[in-house]
Design a protein around this ligand. Structure first.
Ligand SMILES: [Zn+2]
Length: 270
């Protein structure tokens, strides 16, 4: 009897952590892991504004947060930093427009960008690259803090260094075709929620999954939600916060979206 109690307690402590309300995450099956090394291009103005240890601290906190999300959501991916490159050519003012930023980056660093875009054949590795800027934008809105366009640049994001540590994973979520929660998206698309595919070329329609939406539970959002506070996990019906499921099989399982994305890349790079 005592043995059973001990096993139960150890499982329980493994699957929850000491917040005021209990988080229950699924037990993840061991599987191959996709490493996603990230190259960050930082504007020189960031170097002028922040001491090196502050910049390093920001980057470290983004990656640690992302990897906590991966563990909690059972996603077989590991976020790592490949390299930090300082760029004097891009000004923070450019960051209103992700297309202009990518054009300039590709113009000044053609070989590096080409090699990042082609460097997908190594075992279990899929690289990302992003430009980090500084507008001192303190109002939390993930899509003012960062930007992606997965249809044009499946490995690229822009990010404001002043935004919360949760924004990097939010943008990487977009690159895996995860969407905002339904309330946010409904506002943004004026109600045309499940017609997203009509905006995309036919070849990309299969990327749109009906379960690829964020979720809100226990007063907080999951990674892809717009909320003042975010949980460190993607929406998933297998994750519960304070006994309430933080997702739905049919329309809110971004953890599955990310897991399938990783598994597809692992197959390609095998
Ligand atoms: Zn977003």
């Amino acid at each position: 009897m005592g043995k059973y109690i001990a096993i139960f307690l150890s499982l329980f402590s493994f699957n929850s952590f000491a917040e005021d309300k209990p988080l229950t995450t699924p037990t993840c099956l061991p599987e191959a892991v996709l490493t996603t090394p990230i190259t960050l291009f930082l504007t020189e103005s960031i170097k002028a504004q922040y001491a090196p240890f502050v910049i390093e601290g920001h980057i470290k906190s983004w990656l640690e947060h992302s990897n906590t999300v991966m563990r909690n959501s059972c996603i077989p991916m590991k976020r790592t930093l490949k390299e930090v490159v300082y760029i004097s050519e891009l000004l923070d003012i450019n960051f209103q427009d992700i297309y202009a930023v990518h054009d300039l980056l590709a113009y000044y660093y053609p070989d590096r960008i080409k090699s990042l875009q082609q460097n997908q054949s190594h075992h279990h590795v899929y690289p990302y690259y992003g430009v980090v800027f500084s507008t001192r934008n303190s109002t939390f809105n993930p899509d003012k803090c960062g930007q992606t366009d997965v249809t044009l640049y499946p490995q690229f994001f822009v990010l404001d260094i002043n935004c919360p540590k949760t924004v990097l994973e939010h943008e990487l979520g977009h690159l895996a075709w995860a969407n905002h929660d339904i309330d946010t998206l409904s506002d943004q698309t004026e109600g045309y929620l499940f017609d997203l595919a009509t905006w995309l070329p036919v070849g990309l329609h299969s990327k749109i999954k009906q379960y690829a939406y964020g979720y809100r539970c226990g007063g907080k959002g999951t990674v892809m939600s717009y909320a003042d506070e975010l949980h460190p996990f993607y929406s998933s019906p297998s994750i519960a916060f304070d006994g309430i499921a933080c997702g739905n099989d049919v329309y809110a399982d971004n953890a599955r979206v990310l897991r399938e994305y990783a598994e597809a890349k692992l197959e390609i790079t095998n």
